[in-house]
Design a protein around this ligand. Structure first.
Ligand SMILES: CC(C)(COP(=O)(O)OP(=O)(O)OC[C@H]1O[C@@H](n2cnc3c(N)ncnc32)[C@H](O)[C@@H]1OP(=O)(O)O)[C@@H](O)C(=O)NCCC(=O)NCCS
Length: 149
């Protein structure tokens, strides 16, 4: 199998919106409202242009199976990610985090620590960070995962 990350482009906007608006994604997000096309396009365009933001698509061969984003502030990269609804439960969530770490080391982005906030009930996401060696702290409503890379 050939899994790899590639940089996201504006052509990925529609797929990412579809994945963002999937009910399980909204349920596991800190803001629950459905995202409009206009608001998504404004946000996605800004993120693509932001040099402190890195967005990648996980490819399995020719198929797009998920995306992962890192927003960098002072050497700390905060992760946000999701797997396409029809590709969940097949190990891609664990894989996308591992590949992100490799990518950030190769790109010399200056990221020294990765963090991620997950809702406490998001067991699948918790497992993805645990398997990748992140440590976990209670952050009230959420769990904060972190790892030095
Ligand atoms: C969370 C998410 C990224 C996980 O990706 P995935 O590809 O489905 O996860 P994987 O197939 O790699 O499985 C991860 C682990 O979670 C486990 N898991 C899956 N669903 C679970 C559940 N409901 N309860 C407990 N464990 C669960 C799997 O068994 C696997 O564990 P294992 O290694 O012990 O077998 C994906 O489900 C998703 O996109 N969800 C919606 C968006 C989201 O929640 N993003 C993260 C916000 S922090």
């Amino acid at each position: 199998m050939s899994f790899y990350l590639r940089k996201a482009t504006i052509e990925d906007a529609q797929d990412i919106l579809r994945w963002r608006n999937d009910p399980a994604t909204r349920e596991n997000s800190f803001t629950k409202n459905k995202i409009s096309l206009m608001s998504h396009m404004n946000w996605f365009g800004r993120k693509l242009a932001d040099e402190n933001c890195h967005i990648f698509i996980l490819m399995d061969g020719e198929k797009k199976v998920g995306n992962i984003r890192v927003d960098v502030t002072d050497e700390v990269g905060e992760i946000s990610y999701m797997i396409a609804p029809d590709a969940r439960g097949k190990g891609y969530g664990k894989k996308i985090i591992a590949l992100l770490e490799e990518e950030l080391r190769q790109e010399e982005t200056g990221v020294k620590t990765l963090t991620a906030f997950t809702l406490k009930e998001n067991m699948a996401s918790a497992r993805c960070f645990e398997v990748n060696g992140f440590s976990c702290e209670d952050a009230g409503d959420s769990l904060c995962y972190s790892k030095s890379i």
